[in-house]
Design a protein around this ligand. Structure first.
Ligand SMILES: [Zn+2]
Length: 390
């Protein structure tokens, strides 16, 4: 009898650890969600003529793989490198990047994409069987310290702005250079930075705190009247890098209706990958000169993170911030190393399987994949409506 009980306990433990999931269940749950990825950098290639409709194997994103991965909506990064600050070319670059989404992706493939600017748009376009294409600016220097430019970008369809990239700008500190001597820091947001946040609230643009210094996050959270998000960041408790969020930050973000969109960059998921990545000359981004050599060096030196690492970050963020505070911001085509099992946009069903195996319900997965982001977008839209009515 005692042996029988022990056997029962052993079986129970085994079952709890490996909840077996059928292919049909994975497909059913995956299709029932609207998968919204809040950060993809393929735009840094399409701006130079890369054809997103061609099935190439050298990147993470193309039309066929987006469909294989079952993506419902994609926020394309309107990434503006800090290199454009020097000669005041940030606005020029921003407009080119907006054009590559509107013209190079959506107009070029109208049967596959429709431009979206609201949560309702995403749901409508998803029902039509197309991918909703949205835009977020990466790097607050894009506005060249002008609320007028911010309003122009909103009019062109921008729906979030990452307050900084790796560079501190005139009004917000970045995590990328916070310890760098010679950079003029502001202890978070300047009074003008708070005005930017206020104008984003009034317009209905999501405040994105990925890349910002911690104090900028706290200032943005305190200033914003609408929930804010991290479009592509992971958990610092599991991988101690400044680009990730501390537990304190995740909890506070969740409390105010915000969302941490988990980033798939190996170096933000695994401390092993992060440590190895430090030894690689990291001066180029995908699509830029020198990329091939840097990628080759990365592949040689950096052990990739895994699908299990992604699940661990999601699970940790859920434990700290709650099931309503977590989403997906892959950073595909913006990073050199992606996890084993989640190599590109076509592999999202693997994540669905892993989450089901971990014990997440279909309802939980629908929240993480898109429900939380739709709720946040609606809150941002409602705040704008309220402020514009006054
Ligand atoms: Zn980024």
């Amino acid at each position: 009898m005692r042996a029988f009980c022990l056997l029962c306990i052993a079986l129970c433990v085994c079952f709890a650890q490996t909840h077996s999931v059928t292919d049909a269940e994975v497909q059913r749950v995956h299709r029932s969600a609207i998968l919204i990825d809040t950060h993809n950098d393929i735009t840094s290639r399409t701006v130079d003529g890369y054809d997103i409709g061609k099935n190439k194997n050298d990147g993470h994103t193309n039309v066929t793989s987006l469909k294989e991965g079952g993506e419902g909506a994609q926020f394309f990064a309107v990434y503006v490198s800090s290199s454009y600050v020097k000669d005041n070319r940030s606005a020029h670059r921003t407009l080119e990047m907006i054009d590559t989404v509107r013209h190079g992706i959506v107009e070029r493939y109208p049967n596959d994409f429709t431009l979206a600017t609201t949560a309702d748009d995403i749901e409508r376009i998803h029902k039509q069987g197309k991918i909703a294409a949205l835009m977020g600016i990466e790097g607050g220097h894009a506005i060249e310290d002008s609320l007028g430019l911010l309003r122009d970008y909103f009019a062109l369809g921008i729906r979030y702005m990452t307050l900084t990239h790796t560079n501190t700008n005139g009004w917000a500190d970045s995590s990328g250079d916070i310890d760098k001597a010679g950079v003029q820091h502001h202890n978070g947001l300047t009074p003008f930075g708070k005005q930017v946040v206020g104008e984003m609230n009034r317009l209905g643009m999501i405040i994105d705190i990925s890349h910002t210094a911690d104090k900028t996050f706290w200032d943005a959270l305190a200033t914003s009247k609408a929930p804010i998000f991290a479009s592509h960041s992971s958990c610092r408790a599991l991988c101690n890098v400044p680009r990730n969020m501390t537990d304190e930050m995740i909890a506070a973000l969740g409390k105010k209706g915000g969302v941490i969109q988990i980033n798939f960059n190996c170096g933000f998921l695994s401390e092993k990958s992060a440590a190895a990545g430090k030894t690689v000359q990291d001066s180029t981004l995908p699509g830029q000169a020198g990329e091939d050599a840097t990628i080759a060096e990365y592949r040689k030196k950096v052990p990739p993170a895994t699908l299990e690492d992604v699940v661990a970050h999601i699970d940790h963020a859920v434990k700290i911030g709650g099931i309503d505070a977590v989403g997906i911001g892959s950073d595909f085509d913006g990073v050199f190393c992606t996890p084993k099992g989640l190599e590109d946009v076509s592999k999202f069903p693997n994540l669905t399987r892993a989450l089901l195996e971990k014990g997440y319900s279909a309802e939980d997965i629908r929240k993480i994949y898109g429900g939380n982001t739709l709720r946040l977008m609606r809150a941002v839209e409602a705040e704008a409506k309220r402020e514009q009515a006054n």
